[in-house]
Structure formats: structure tokens, C-alpha cells
Design a protein around this ligand. Sequence first.
Ligand code: DC
Length: 223
Amino acid sequence: MPSPLIVTLDGPAGVGKSSLARRLAAALGIGYLDTGAMFRAVAWRLGPGSWDWGPQRLENGLKDLRFELRDLDGEQVLFLDSEPLDPDIRTEEVGMWASNLAAIPAVREFLKQAQRDIGQSASLVAEGRDMGSVVFPRARCKFFLEAEAMERARRRWLQLKAMGRDADLEEIADQTRRRDRQDRERAVAPLAPAPDAALIDTTRLSEDQVFERLLGLVRAARP
Ligand code: DC
């Protein structure tokens, strides 16, 4: 059996990874793995303050969590303990909890194994912060997306408005910068491109332009 095709898409919060990864996976006919959602789901399950727990309590909290990708009406959907992930994991607040937990080596190690297990049997577009650098170092194609922080905040603000949520642009810009700093400066698996990743600055590109570029590069790299 040929080994699964793994495409990695990394970058900071709000750069557009999720939407691009989902589109890319659909165009290539392979699965989509949202690893930020896995960090968020762990944070949601363990709750605020869990980043200050001691190693034993944390290990107990993590050890029974089971992630899997399931086919739901032709779409690959992440499940935790046989339930689809709770939509409440998507708030900025839970994003910050996830970022706090993501600095803890035991949490990263646990999720790295869960991510590799999923990638062992399925072709994937894997989206996150360290997919190309740590989790799938032998991925066929690696991309690292960048965009100026204010532009990322503006995209997130538009998204929230489209969902009918009240949001303050300056506050989102502030949260974006804080989370960036924390994700880039942590000691374990900091947000950084793999040496062999293609860097794409999306600040002045539309989503369609970035999508076409990614798809073209993956198709060119496929044997
Ligand atoms: O992509 P996101 O905003 O849903 O991710 C939430 C947090 O999870 C992010 O601030 C850092 C962490 N994360 C990580 O450290 N490594 C990943 N591969 C994915 C997410």
C-alpha cells in the first residue's frame, strides 16, 4: 500500500489556514486535520487553570482522551471520545487556554502521538503550528503562511461579524499579537517554518490566489 500523502500547513493565528486546508483537502480528495482544534478540545475538556496542574494530574487528565477522524457524509470530522468537537472551542478565550497548554511538553507529546496515529493510516492536509517542523517532518509538501498581524485581526473580525458576533477590531488585534508572541516564544516546538517549507506571505493576496498557489505546488510535487 502506498504511504499516505501528507501536506502540512503551518502559520500564526488568523492567517487563513483552516479555510485553505479544508479547501485543499477537498480538492485533493484527502482528509483534513485541524490540530488547533485538538489543542482547543483538550483545553475545553481540562478547563481553565489546567496549565498550572502538576505533571501527575495532567497525565491523568490526558491519558483517557481519544481523538479520531471519522467520515461524516463524505467529510472527515474530528471526534473526541466518540463525540464531535464542541463548537464552543472556537472562542478567542479557549484559543488562549489552548495556547497556554500548548507550551507544556507533556501536552504536545500526547497530541503529537495522536496526530501521527491519525496520519499513519490516512492521507491528510494537516494544519497547525508545528506540522512540518515536528509532527510530520517527512511530509511531501510543507507550507508556512504568514500575514501582518493587523491584517489577520481584520480577517478574524470580518469572520466574527459574518457570524453575527459583536467584536472589537482593536481588541482582536491585541489578542492576536499576544497569542502570536506566546506561540513563537515557547521553548518546545515554537511556531517557526520547517527549513524545507515554502513560505507564502498572504497579506496582499486573496484566499483564492493563495489556494491556487498551494494547489499548484502540491500537484507539481505529486509523483
Ligand atoms: O489554530 P488555532 O488558533 O485553533 O490553535 C489554538 C492554539 O493551539 C494556538 O494558539 C497554539 C496551539 N497550537 C499549537 O501549539 N500547535 C498546533 N499544531 C496547533 C495549535
